[in-house]
Design a protein around this ligand. Structure first.
Ligand SMILES: C[S@@+](CC[C@H](N)C(=O)[O-])C[C@H]1O[C@@H](n2cnc3c(N)ncnc32)[C@H](O)[C@@H]1O
Length: 221
């Protein structure tokens, strides 16, 4: 299938199964108006995240990389009324836009946005004994993926699902000679997923409005 058809099929899927969502459409519009980069998950991907959360009955979710809160909204909607989602963001402007988008979606009561470098926030969370989380979505700076995965594991329980976005990157993930920090970080994550006996994992390539990329998904044994 020609590459251009990815977009048509993604558009078809979005229109059929993931459209007409006022809060998500408003979030994307607010992100664009505020100058945020359009690097959120796509509508079908966001829906998939929410479905995963519902499939496992998630009550506590950790997200690393908020941007304007698009994926946050998709995940937080899957929570029960007393559920909680903690999302970590380094950029105060992104966090401010996300806060507004999340409030507009009616989810402010269950989402906790923490601003600062995620590694530092995660260290503080571990020291404070936070967790266990039922689902962790890793979607921030890719070179730090191995550290974020380690932190997710430290705040997990048996059955926790850990999802990591952008692990294919137009196929560049198979370039063992790459010095691109995001590729080096992603390949290091694959090494951990392959060798860490505490998890069972796979990765799935995706094509669509966000190009050629993929998710890794792991479950803690
Ligand atoms: C790909 S975007 C997240 C997209 C979001 N998950 C969504 O799909 O709507 C990555 C976000 O991670 C943030 N980020 C980058 N480095 C970070 C770090 N060291 N700590 C926390 N957040 C970081 C960026 O500012 C950006 O907002």
């Amino acid at each position: 299938m020609a590459e251009r058809d990815w977009y048509g099929v993604d558009d078809y899927i979005s229109r059929k199964l993931a459209s007409g969502d006022e809060a998500l459409d408003a979030a994307l519009a607010a992100n664009a108006a505020a100058g945020l980069p359009a690097i959120d998950v796509s509508a079908p991907q966001g829906k998939l995240l929410g479905l995963y959360a519902r499939m496992i009955g998630a009550r506590h979710i950790l997200e690393i990389g908020t941007l304007g809160g698009y994926s946050t909204i998709c995940l937080a909607r899957a929570l029960p009324a007393d559920g909680r989602l903690v999302t970590l963001e380094i950029d105060p402007h992104h966090a401010e836009v996300a806060r507004s988008n999340i409030a507009h979606a009616g989810l402010a009561d269950r989402v906790d946005i923490r601003v600062g470098p995620a590694r530092r926030t995660l260290d503080a969370m571990r020291v404070a004994g936070e967790g266990p989380f039922d689902l962790v979505f890793i979607d921030a700076d890719k070179p730090s993926n191995p550290d974020y995965f380690a932190a997710a594991l430290a705040m997990a329980r048996s059955g926790t699902v850990i999802i990591c976005d952008n692990v294919v990157r137009d196929g560049r993930v198979i370039d063992a000679q790459s010095t691109e920090p995001a590729i080096v970080g992603t390949r290091a994550l694959f090494d951990i997923l392959a060798s860490d006996a505490r998890v069972d994992a796979t990765a799935i390539q995706t094509v669509g409005s966000k190009g050629w990329d993929g998710f890794a998904i792991a479950i803690v044994k």
